[in-house]
Ligand binder design. Sequence first.
Ligand SMILES: C[S@@+](CC[C@H](N)C(=O)[O-])C[C@H]1O[C@@H](n2cnc3c(N)ncnc32)[C@H](O)[C@@H]1O
Length: 237
Amino acid sequence: MMPQKKFMLPTLITTADGSHSLYVKDLDEHYHSIHGAIQEAQHVFIKTGIQHLVSQNYTTINILEIGFGTGLNTLLSYLEAEKLNVKLNYTSLEAFPLSAEIINQLNYVELISQIEKTSELNLKEMFQSIHKSEWENKIELSKNFNVLKIKNTLQEIKFTSTFDLIFFDAFGPRVQPEMWTEENFTKIFDSTNQNGCLVTYCAKGEVKRTLKKVGFILETLPGPPRKREMVRGTKQF
Ligand SMILES: C[S@@+](CC[C@H](N)C(=O)[O-])C[C@H]1O[C@@H](n2cnc3c(N)ncnc32)[C@H](O)[C@@H]1O
């Protein structure tokens, strides 16, 4: 059974790097770091996640994202797949999809096309394709990138495949402790391939202890701007 949605109608805010994020009043929580949404995503998920595995000679990476949200991580991952010429099979879980009205206001395409010096039109098409891709249907968006969006909760889902890289991008443990439980991390660990990693922006002691307990070997790494630390867990027998 889907849990009751505790948060409604997020409002658009602008973070320190000029990129948008969303504020959820009911939780008093943001979708991204207020110190820079794009910078955080680039650092935690692209650099410390994808680039780390590519540096270990991965040419195909099965990614699982917990919390699809605005699709920012998905869009940046698509770009990284093209830049590094690696194949990304991207699965993203989301319990409470955002409305098209909110998605259409986000300035990610405009800003990322400037940063990456890439065509805004192509990126816009890709962002729209990502959002319009049907739930529960794997869609090939380019030679290097396919996406499977799953509408379900982390608590309910039973994973039917395994992953090399997990983007753990839930709301923080202060506001959604039910996401950061031993049970959820065990389920993720069991679906992680040997040498696979979980990356998360959260470096709270309690979270690190739980990740360690379920079997991940932890590294506490420098965080994105104005955040001291982040965490990467690796599965090694
Ligand atoms: C921090 S935001 C994710 C940000 C996102 N990765 C992005 O790039 O915009 C957390 C997301 O988790 C989703 N969520 C909340 N509870 C959930 C649950 N029980 N299972 C799966 N997703 C959940 C929220 O709706 C929200 O989209």
